[in-house]
Design a protein around this ligand. Structure first.
Ligand SMILES: *[C@@H]1O[C@H](CO)[C@@H](O)[C@H](O)[C@H]1NC(C)=O
Ligand SMILES: *[C@@H]1O[C@H](CO)[C@@H](O)[C@H](O)[C@H]1NC(C)=O
Ligand SMILES: *[C@@H]1O[C@H](CO)[C@@H](O)[C@H](O)[C@H]1NC(C)=O
Ligand SMILES: *[C@@H]1O[C@H](CO)[C@@H](O)[C@H](O)[C@H]1NC(C)=O
Ligand SMILES: *[C@@H]1O[C@H](CO)[C@@H](O)[C@H](O)[C@H]1NC(C)=O
Ligand SMILES: *[C@@H]1O[C@H](CO)[C@@H](O)[C@H](O)[C@H]1NC(C)=O
Ligand SMILES: *[C@@H]1O[C@H](CO)[C@@H](O)[C@H](O)[C@H]1NC(C)=O
Ligand SMILES: *[C@@H]1O[C@H](CO)[C@@H](O)[C@H](O)[C@H]1NC(C)=O
Ligand SMILES: *[C@@H]1O[C@H](CO)[C@@H](O)[C@H](O)[C@H]1NC(C)=O
Ligand SMILES: *[C@@H]1O[C@H](CO)[C@@H](O)[C@H](O)[C@H]1NC(C)=O
Ligand SMILES: *[C@@H]1O[C@H](CO)[C@@H](O)[C@H](O)[C@H]1NC(C)=O
Length: 660
């Protein structure tokens, strides 16, 4: 796919550099060339080296007798003045020496992605030469002290102190001296207090302010509205509260405005958001905004990402949303939007890749126009009030990889599966809590689903048997058929699903032999760790519980839930009264065999000892030193006894579940 025209991305790499000044310096330097860096510069650098406890091998190159311009990570101008110290990702440890502040021609300092600790020397921030400091991704700590108010104008343009351990209130008066500041990135620290207001009072070029992942509190300062060049303002994951101030909407150059996960509030349709006509990314998710999406949203003609998820918004989607023709992401999940989606002509959004309206109050049928968004990869309509049958148009979505329709009132599961089986890119299909009381199709002619890895059809009260076509899904990793009325035995082919690591068939009416077959599945014999460890991402976070979300498939625990069925059978010798093999399942994260009619001792071992005795309660014939029913001497220390001794003639029901 041709990447979208993105003013945000394109311009973010360009920072104004005082070209004239640089050129002048170079010209002067050219006039008086020297052969080596100065003694003072060499000693400043050696001082820096000496304060490192781990130099990542720098000392090999940084030899006292040599020209420091030729040292690893050092660049000089033509007159042999050190201009760049570029030591990102060198495994450096120790403190940053203030001696770097003595490099009077230093322009760029990049120490990002090391393990440097201690403070950021003020000599660097207040340097009279440095234009770029990047010390991101280290372990620097302490407060950033204010520069004295007498500090003259400094040349600093870019300051990246992100992903460190800085604390305390953010300096405010310091910025008065930073008239050249373009980008400030302080994200992912532990700064507290208010966001300073006066960044732009003096810095006419100020363009990027990134304060995400801190503990900033209070309201969004009105002063930022005077930042006429501000393109990026991000303060995701802080404790900001109050409304979006009107003044903010005077910063009309803004391309990215991102305040998700704060405590902001107010009516979204009461803000003059349309003034920000250059917006590419608008992210206000995870706050308490209310109101509707105003018709005027259509005037944000460059908008690519709209995130208003997890707020208190309501009303219908305005048809004007279709005017934002560059939209790639619409994320409205977790609100109280309602009405019919038909109003929006999705045909005018050819770039749309993600539409997520999970957990709202939308109704009606799925608009046919959605199927012309041929780039759609993730569509989540779950937990709404949609109804109707799936249309064959969905087959146009060639790239569709994630589809969730769960928790609506869709009908005709046979048709739905017939249509969806042809979606070659589909990896995740979540359609539970629909198709009430229908019959699960058994037909062999459901084939396809080549790439399906996750299939959930839970709580539909479907009748029928576990269908044979499931055996033809070679890549299936997670299957949830719980809460139906499926009858008959667990089919023998189940253990041919080599990649399956989570199976929930609880709360059905399954009968037959105890699950010997399952005990032979690769997931239970623990022979396949590699199959569920390959990194694989959901298109969207999957919620198993409103407070939990899984984005990485491997973050899901391995599990087997067979509870609440009618399994009957003789437990075979190779398994034992309580399957001895389970003892080796140290990747099972939870285990519950309560309220059954199991017997014999509870196995001991590292895994079993982590389960509370309540996991085994309600099985009168089960014994253990921990339970009321103690094992007699013949039953004691099960691990020392071959499982064969527990061959049991009894026929009993087994139901055990693994929960997460
Ligand atoms: C900077 O240089 C001056 C003069 O050469 C010296 O006195 C001072 O100690 C140096 N500062 C650092 C931090 O190395
Ligand atoms: C510092 O170096 C890292 C790694 O090369 C790079 O990603 C980063 O953009 C650099 N910082 C600046 C401000 O150029
Ligand atoms: C630090 O932030 C600056 C400005 O936002 C950016 O140019 C630079 O690439 C960032 N550094 C890293 C390592 O991401
Ligand atoms: C800030 O720095 C982080 C690295 O810590 C980087 O991922 C992020 O893109 C930077 N933000 C901006 C707006 O440049
Ligand atoms: C925050 O910083 C930590 C430590 O440097 C890093 O591991 C983590 O990836 C950073 N988080 C973000 C969101 O950049
Ligand atoms: C926004 O800017 C206009 C001028 O462009 C100015 O008249 C107005 O007072 C500003 N509004 C706020 C709220 O600062
Ligand atoms: C959702 O909006 C409807 C009106 O559209 C209202 O009756 C209902 O109370 C709202 N629900 C919540 C949880 O806010
Ligand atoms: C929707 O948009 C498409 C493409 O612009 C257009 O052809 C179609 O007529 C529109 N449909 C409606 C109902 O307006
Ligand atoms: C859904 O919307 C209807 C009106 O359309 C309203 O009566 C109902 O309360 C809403 N449901 C929720 C959960 O807000
Ligand atoms: C369900 O869809 C099939 C086509 O796949 C159709 O033959 C059948 O009539 C539909 N059932 C109902 C109840 O609409
Ligand atoms: C999606 O399907 C296309 C064509 O069938 C294929 O080339 C591409 O690799 C698939 N992408 C994914 C993520 O499976």
């Amino acid at each position: 796919m041709q990447p979208l025209h993105s003013p945000y991305k394109r311009q973010s790499k360009k920072l104004p550099i005082p070209v004239l000044g640089l050129g002048l310096v170079m010209l002067l330097n050219f006039a008086s060339p020297t052969s080596s860096c100065t003694e003072q510069e060499r000693s400043s650098l050696l001082k820096f080296l000496s304060e490192l406890s781990q130099d990542g091998g720098l000392a090999v190159s940084w030899q006292d007798a040599t020209d420091c311009c030729k040292w690893d990570g050092i660049s000089c101008s033509q007159d042999r003045t050190v201009t760049d110290v570029s030591l990102a990702s060198r495994s450096l440890q120790g403190h940053i020496s203030p001696s770097l502040g003595n490099l009077t021609g230093l322009l760029r300092l990049n120490l990002s992605h090391n393990l440097l600790s201690g403070a950021l020397p003020q000599e660097l921030v207040s340097s009279s030469s440095i234009i770029t400091i990047d010390v991101s991704f280290n372990r620097l700590k302490g407060d950033l002290n204010e520069l004295p108010s007498s500090t003259p104008t400094r040349p600093l343009q870019v300051l990246n102190i992100s992903s460190n351990r800085f604390t305390g209130e953010f300096p405010s008066s310091t910025w008065v001296a930073m008239k050249n500041l373009v980008a400030l990135n302080a994200s992912n620290n532990s700064f507290t207090g208010h966001i300073p207001t006066n960044f732009c009072a003096n810095s006419p070029y100020f363009a990027v302010l990134e304060l995400s992942y801190n503990q900033f509190s209070g309201s969004i300062p009105t002063g930022l509205g005077s930042c006429s060049m501000l393109r990026v303002f991000k303060a995701v994951h802080n404790n900001l509260n109050g409304n979006l101030p009107d003044e903010l909407f005077n910063a009309t150059s803004l391309e990215c405005l991102s305040f998700s996960n704060n405590d902001l509030e107010g009516r979204f349709d009461g803000t003059p958001v349309v003034k920000l006509s250059n917006l590419v990314v608008l992210d206000l998710g995870g706050n308490s905004f209310n109101g509707t999406i105003p018709d005027s949203i259509g005037q944000l003609s460059r908008l690519q990402e709209l995130h208003l998820d997890h707020n208190k918004m309501y009303g219908e989607l305005p048809s004007t949303l279709g005017s934002c023709k560059y939209l790639t992401t619409i994320d409205l999940k977790g609100n109280n939007f309602s009405g019919n989606l038909e109003k929006v002509n999705f045909s005018t959004l050819p770039n749309l890749k993600t539409l997520d309206i999970y957990m709202n109050n939308f109704s009606g049928t799925i608009p046919e126009s959605i199927y012309s968004c041929s780039n759609l990869t993730a569509l989540r309509l779950s937990e709404n009030n949609f109804h109707g049958q799936l249309s064959s148009g969905i087959g146009n979505l060639k790239y569709l990889s994630f589809l969730s329709l769960a928790g609506n009132s869709f009908t005709n599961i046979t048709k739905a599966l017939q249509i969806l089986k042809g979606s070659r890119n589909l990896t995740t299909l979540l359609i539970g809590r629909n198709f009430m009381k229908e019959v699960i199709p058994q037909d062999e002619n459901i084939d396809g689903f080549e790439n399906l890895q996750i299939l959930t059809i839970e709580n539909c009260s479907l009748s029928g048997n576990i269908p044979l076509w499931l055996s033809k899904l070679p890549n299936l990793r997670l299957l949830d058929l719980s809460g139906n009325q499926l009858a008959g035995p667990i089919p023998g082919w189940i253990n041919s699903l080599n990649h399956l690591f989570y199976l929930d068939i609880s709360s059905n009416s399954l009968t037959g032999e105890s699950p010997i077959t399952l005990m032979e599945m690769p997931m239970v014999t623990a022979m396949h760790n590699e199959t569920y460890l390959d990194p694989w991402f959901f298109e969207l976070p999957v919620y198993s519980d409103p407070s939990l979300q899984y984005r990485v498939l491997t973050a899901l625990p391995t599990g087997l839930n067979l509870s609440k069925n009618n399994f009957i059978g003789v437990i075979p010798p190779q398994i034992g009264a309580i399957p001895g093999e389970l003892n080796s399942l140290n990747f099972l994260s939870a285990f519950d065999v309560s309220n059954n009619d199991l017997e014999g001792p509870i196995p001991t071992g590292p895994q079993f000892s982590t389960f509370p005795s309540s996991s085994f309660a309600g099985n009168p014939k089960v014994c253990s030193p921990m339970l009321l029913h103690r094992c007699n001497s013949a039953q004691a220390s099960p691990t020392s006894i071959s499982t064969n001794q527990y061959v049991n003639k009894a026929v009993f029901a087994i139901a055990f579940g693994v929960f997460f």
